[in-house]
Design a protein around this ligand. Structure first.
Ligand code: BGC
Length: 381
């Protein structure tokens, strides 16, 4: 097993940006320091899905940062980081048990999302002349991979040597949720010595298929102190965005943010202009090009916590939890998650790309490798 996992690490780290089918350039510049051995990975029972065991895995480093995740949906249940006084707190919206993550209408708290994160218009797309139909699970469109996307899959989890990384693997069969091709997905979560959560993705297919993987954690850096993220200060290095229609489907245009409420190129509170954005922020921000670098930062003045965001992806969905309505059950410590209780920074290719020829390619072909690296790094100021 050690040999196998070591080989996988080599494959993953050695060729992350090479030969990607989705416009990822190489080589990669890694913003995190090498991970070092920390405490051994802890594994706890976390319930069952379809008679199969669900486990919770805990990664911890020597600076008091802890990340917990489960094999169901690859869900991150906890990111515990110290505030400016050194007091630890969980900075992600979460539930008290598996029942929370399994409830109808769970808005993808902490999940891995695939095969195609975000929306595909009219739940249909073509590859060459063949038309594919997906489940229309969002106003006639497809959202987040369909009825049973990667967020509801049981991933195989293997701790990697060094105790700071977990390899998650899922094979999505040909035709699953209407998508063509058997897709083999691997995700490595690493907690680094310098308080970063690094997420590396690799996927291959045996037939051309669209792919867009992401991580759907909702952050609230106050760890329960602030009911919303409206006072969080965000900076996002994105000069443009993809405008959407009333159903949040891109119009196909890419427009500059300058001089509009969409502009976060200079840091500002999330709530400053939100009233001038219909429905709140739920938009794909576009970077100048897809290359691995720091793309933004989030700061919570109430606790001093800061999170920097780096990704190799060409865009990020900035979502301010507009549809949270305080009705979710099984929340951690009975928290009421109302509108804007948390925000997501979902590294991604652009929504509806399979139907938008002008957007960067998302069709992965046999023999190609899909790759992505995204890093959330934590500190205080
Ligand atoms: C989407 C939102 C959606 C949320 C939860 C986000 O990625 O952009 O529109 O409500 O996920 O499903």
């Amino acid at each position: 097993m050690l040999k196998k996992t070591a080989t996988v690490m080599t494959i993953v780290t050695g060729s992350l940006m090479a030969g990607a089918g989705c416009n990822n350039p190489g080589p990669q510049k890694d913003a995190s320091a090498d991970s070092v051995k920390t405490t051994p990975v802890q594994v706890q029972p976390y319930g069952e899905v379809d008679g199969k065991p669900v486990s919770q895995y805990t990664l911890a480093n020597q600076h008091g940062m802890v990340v917990k995740l489960i094999n169901y949906g690859g869900i991150i249940t906890d990111i515990i980081t110290p505030d400016k006084e050194g007091k630890p707190g969980n900075v992600v919206l979460s539930y008290d048990s598996l029942a929370g993550y399994r409830q109808k209408g769970n808005p993808y708290f902490g999940t891995l999302v695939g095969r195609y994160a975000n929306r595909i218009a009219k739940a249909t797309f073509k590859i060459d002349s063949a038309e594919y139909k997906l489940a229309a699970n969002n106003n006639g469109n497809s959202l987040h991979g369909g009825l049973k996307g990667f967020d509801k899959a049981l991933w195989q989890v293997t701790p990697l040597p060094g105790d700071s990384s977990l390899l998650l693997e899922y094979t999505s069969p040909d035709g699953e949720e209407g998508y063509p091709g058997t897709l083999q997905a691997k995700v490595i979560y690493t907690l680094t010595a310098d308080n970063a959560l690094k997420i590396e993705y690799v996927a291959t297919t045996d037939k051309p298929t669209p792919i867009n993987l992401t991580q759907h954690t909702y952050f609230n850096l106050s760890a329960g102190k602030e009911p919303t993220i409206l006072n969080h200060v965000l900076q996002l290095d994105a000069p443009s965005f993809t405008p959407v229609d009333a159903q949040l489907i891109p119009t196909g245009k890419i427009e500059p943010v300058k001089g509009t409420p969409m502009d976060f190129t200079t840091a500002k509170p999330v709530g400053q202009d939100i009233a001038n954005v219909t429905g709140g922020y739920d938009h794909n921000y576009v970077f100048d090009k897809a290359e691995m670098k720091v793309r933004g930062s989030l700061y919570d003045p109430s606790t001093g916590r800061v999170m920097t965001f780096s990704t190799s992806e060409p865009g990020v969905q900035f979502y301010t939890g507009n549809f949270l309505d305080g009705k979710l059950q099984h929340t951690r410590n009975g928290a009421v998650y109302g509108k804007n209780a948390g925000l997501c920074l979902e590294a991604q290719h652009f929504p509806d790309s399979p139907n938008q020829p002008a957007f960067p390619n998302v069709i992965l072909k046999p023999g190609e490798k899909y790759t992505q690296t995204t890093i959330y790094q934590f500190g205080v100021k």
